[in-house]
Design a protein around this ligand. Structure first.
Ligand code: FES
Length: 503
């Protein structure tokens, strides 16, 4: 089949695909950061690109106006390459990638850790022990492994299993090293295992990473596993966003050929990117990291472990597993010490995952008599109500409900998004003032801007408590306070602008 080459601007990402491939698929293959909230169904209108060069065919869609067409602007998922092409991803359709923010570089333990100390003592997934070297001729008897096990038992670590790779290294290290060995012991579901042997004493440098795998944002913290101290935290956008913004769209994408593989690869690469950045900035080697613990909603957990999420959205709406075994991190593609372990926090059901159970562990809600409410408002939102005797939880789509799927001109909180709205008095007239992220010209409105807009419009009587407009969006009408407002739809005022004036 004939192939064509497509270059995506502004990052100049190049890809060769079969003739007739849609531009969204090509962009994903090229690694070009293109928003696709609906996963390529042609519904959301977010994947806007400008054709700079080349022949193509495009399907008619109400999401593209005649003015857009005049400017050669089309939806990537509805446009098909018929020759080599140059394509520009428009600013509002560019997906932010990379490490987006460093949150903390901590020198002391976090307060909440101190608060729960005693209830949850520090029990890391891996522990390091220094074992002084004994030559085979010394008092201990038995095999080299037996001697190590005996020495570890004397330190209170038993019983133990090990693996073939460790055994292959053992005899050589035992005889070569003059000072001793550092033994890393991992815990797999209450079973202790020697996972790593290193020459000398490296027990003072022992690190792990805790990852919050969000549908939109992934947050990772580097911890010293000897003290529990959080050294540094960084954030990145989940690269899976190229395949759809909400979990259901991603589950649907996973059903496509190689879809599960692509989604798994995308989230693993996001995590690897964060671990690499954390380690680099904290002066820690990747080989010094032996444990990673991830929590996420059930869809994220399945995709991270490359487990088919098909039944999460189909009757009987059951996950493949609520609890996941501890696995070799390398098996899941996580790049730390090749002998390191990965634990994924278990959940309760298809839409009550490890993110909310991890949240519950970190707050005292389930240990108090008083009834409390825990809200986790992410792309997927959960809330738990209860106390030490009972807990009830529910979940619903949250982020995309504001920023993608249902709101015209909704967008994520990135540069150009309206994040704040207020009505100001100009002489005898009132105007809506918007504040955008980075002070850029408005491209759309993000969740916090939308909530504030509802609050401001509600307080001024422009909308009622149900969110319905008290005034028509196109006509001047009397408001309860006797003022008149003219609300202009975004298209009439230029793309992405919210305008209002009163007279
Ligand atoms: S319209 Fe193209 S991804 Fe939604």
């Amino acid at each position: 089949m004939k192939e064509v080459t497509i270059i995506f601007f502004p990052e100049k990402k190049k890809v060769t695909v079969s003739l007739g491939t849609d531009l969204l698929t090509a962009a994903v293959q090229a690694g070009a950061p293109l928003v696709s909230s609906c996963g390529g169904k042609g519904i959301c209108g977010r994947c806007r690109v400008k054709i700079l060069k080349g022949n193509f065919e495009t399907e008619a869609t109400g999401k593209i106006s005649p003015e857009d067409k005049d400017k050669q602007i089309y939806l990537a998922c509805r446009t098909f390459a018929h020759s080599d092409m140059d394509v520009e991803i428009l600013p509002e359709s560019q997906l932010a990638t990379g490490v987006t923010a460093e949150i903390h570089e901590r020198k002391s333990p976090q307060p909440f850790l101190e608060e729960i100390e005693g209830i949850f003592p520090l029990v890391p997934l891996t522990k390091k022990f220094f074992v002084p070297l004994r030559k085979p001729s010394q008092q201990l008897t038995g095999s080299n492994l037996t001697k190590i096990e005996t020495l570890l038992t004397q330190q209170g670590i038993a019983p133990l299993s090990t693996n073939l790779a460790t055994l292959r290294r053992l005899a050589q290290l035992w005889r070569q090293n003059q000072t001793g060995l550092t033994v890393t012991v991992g815990e797999r579901d209450d079973r202790k295992e020697i996972i790593l042997l290193e020459p000398g004493d490296t027990s003072g440098r022992h690190f792990g990473v805790a990852v919050d795998v969000g549908t939109t944002t992934v947050s990772a913290s580097l911890l010293c596993l000897n003290t529990g101290q959080t050294l540094r935290t960084e954030l990145a956008f989940n690269r899976q966003a190229s395949y759809g913004e909400d979990v259901v769209t991603r589950i649907v994408f996973a059903e496509k050929e190689k879809g599960l593989e692509q989604l798994h690869h995308a989230v693993v690469e996001t995590i690897n990117q964060l671990i690499f950045s954390l380690a680099k900035h904290a002066g820690v080697g990747l080989q010094e990291i032996t444990a990673v613990v991830c929590s996420g909603n059930m869809t994220m957990s399945h995709l991270l472990l490359k487990i088919d999420p098909f039944f999460l959205r189909r009757e009987p709406y059951e996950p493949i597993a609520n609890h996941f075994p501890v696995v070799d991190a390398a098996e899941a593609g996580i790049r730390i010490n090749p002998s390191g372990l990965l634990a994924v926090v278990g959940g309760v059901s298809s839409y009550v995952g490890g993110d909310i159970t991890a949240g519950l562990l970190s707050v005292p809600l389930a240990r108090k008599s008083e009834i409390s409410l825990l809200l986790d408002i992410g792309t997927n939102g959960e809330m738990v109500l209860g106390n030490k005797d009972w807990l009830v939880c529910c979940s619903a789509s949250a982020g995309p409900a504001f920023e993608g799927s249902g709101v015209k001109d909704g967008m994520r909180a990135v540069s150009g998004a309206i994040e704040s709205v207020e009505i100001i008095l100009k002489g005898s007239k009132e105007e809506v003032k918007v504040i955008t992220i980075d002070g850029q010209p408005p491209l759309g409105i993000c969740g916090s801007g939308y909530v504030e807009l509802l609050n401001v419009f509600s307080a001024r009587g422009i909308i009622d408590r149900s969110g319905n407009f008290v005034v028509s969006s196109h006509r001047i009408r009397e408001c309860p306070e006797g003022r008149e407002y003219l609300l202009v739809e975004p298209e009439q005022a230029g793309h992405g602008r919210f305008n209002a004036r009163c007279g």
